[in-house]
Design a binder for this molecule. Sequence first.
Ligand code: GAL
Length: 663
Amino acid sequence: MKQNEIIYGGDYNPDQWIRTKEVWLEDMRLMDLAHINSATVGIFSWARLEPREGEYDFSWLDEVMDLLHRHGKKVILATPSGARPVWLAKQYPEVLRVEENGVRNEYGVRHNHCLTSPVYRAKVRQINRKLAERYAGHPALFMWHVSNEYGGECHCELCQAAFREWLKKEYHNDIDELNYKWWNGFWSHDLSSFEEISSPKYRGENHVPALKLAWRRFVSDSHISFMDNEIAPLRELTPDVPVTTNMMRLYTGIDYQKMAKHLDVISWDSYPTWNNYDNTDEANAVAFIHDAFRSMKGGQPFFLMESTPSIVNWKPVNPIPQSGITALSGMQAVAHGADSVQYFQWRKSRGGHEKFHGAVVDHVGNENTRVFRDAAALGEELSKLADVVGTSQKSRVAIIHDWENSWAVDVFCGYFSEERDYSGECIRWHKPFWKRGIPTDVISMDDDFSRYDLIVAPFLYMLKDGVGKKIREYVKNGGSFVSTYLFANVDRDDLCYLGGFPGDGLREVFGIWAEETDSIPKGDGVSVRFDGKLYAGNTVCDLLHAEGAEALGSYGSGFYAGTPAVTCNRFGKGRAYCVAFRADGDFTDAFCEKILYAAGVRSEIPFAVPDGVSVVKRGPFVFLLNFTKQDYKIELDRAYQDVLDGNQKSSVDLPAFGHAVLR
Ligand code: GAL
């Protein structure tokens, strides 16, 4: 089904209202009022689809599919593997997860399944096949939403055995190779067979970083193969219906960049901590995540699968965001490449764990609420933005934020264990570009570098095979590459590169040798002189020797005062930079201004905006998003059409937490 409008909808759980079907009809009336054009159905419906083993009841879902279709709504149909019926767990206990302590969970909650269990995989495949058989060709079926927020891990015997098989493949069935790469001579940990290996555990082996890394890779691969298993019948029976699954922010349990290759559409659930004071930093973080999801399929639009129209129920305190913020949040997603704005959920559940979670329709049950009115207003606005659907922008700048590197950063011992904060570091480096309205992709180290003029790789501690060579080629051919502290210290098994850091041949490319790494206690800092000004660094810094690189900045404090802290090496046609310390926002801003200029990358936004106002171009539109509590008047460089109110304007009034879309 071709998409010619922004999908506006969300999780719809009519199966919770099966005894009061008049509610379904009221839902249709209210959805029309709110400009809702889609519904995501069946996410946790297994027990109502297969109440007893092998006994199926699709009657209610048939009705819902037909009802939604009659009202012109597209259905995103979910597969129910995220929560299972109690009969399944009682009859086949192996489907339940075993925790790290070796104890099998009892039936309960959701997302509590073994990733390997052949029984569970077969049952999931079977219910998915039934769904696909039944709804193949249904005119409302728009997309598949497999499972829900895959995550967690299982330590059962089946998973342990699968882990060993996985390791055998990784290490060519050669235990000596594994011993060498895991450096098992340390503490007498040499293994004589793969059968001696089990998952890292608090009570067992938890000091071998390479084991921990391997386990994380294995768990991630297990989720992906679990997902492939459930997608198979859908692709077979409904080859034209795209498949997605909802991801969670920068969740580190699964390599989303790898998972993305198995999906047709990327989607994610966004629950930012918005407040009613200033949302600039959170907006930067969310922009980064949107950019990451958009980049996972080379710039293809993604879906905002869930968000809340008001509050959530799972943060310790859940203050109400004032009117404007939900719409701003939805518009931000669209600006960064989303082709949908969807909520969890359409109607508040009457009972259960999430009954006080925000929803478009409140327990009062009608359209006369602030939240409903706000959602309806956003729906109307989104209906004016159909021309954005399917468009993507070309980014000349990329930040490397690589899932496997995040694991490597997590597992090593040394230097500073608090605030490794890999993602936070990438987000901080994204800010100067976000602020300037410069489109920025967020990529993995496996992606194609040659598309970009400038790549920033914060805290890129681990390099996968071949990445050193790739960086060398990229710089040689004219790219600008920014590295930071602890750059290229280890290979993919966490073995240190010998011969001086950065390793993997990069010492020559960057013209530096990072001899030592200093860790800076909280409250202390390091100062850095750059372009005639003093800036502050914190947490960690490398002590560099320039071996051909030009020092652009030097430390201003400590026994290493005067030594290089910021370097640039001309290598081939490009520039290889190193910022050897964790920098604050003032430094990254000043530094990025300089390197953007050197790389010939300019902001495409021809008018000025204050801090906290983000300007994003997508397709024919320019989005203005005010994340502050100040009202602003933005003077434009020429007359634009305000798409939302239809007027021609050369200046725009942007109220606190307001937005505008220009053409
Ligand atoms: C999501 C989940 C939804 C719902 C929501 C509440 O993480 O996918 O099912 O629980 O959180 O915020």
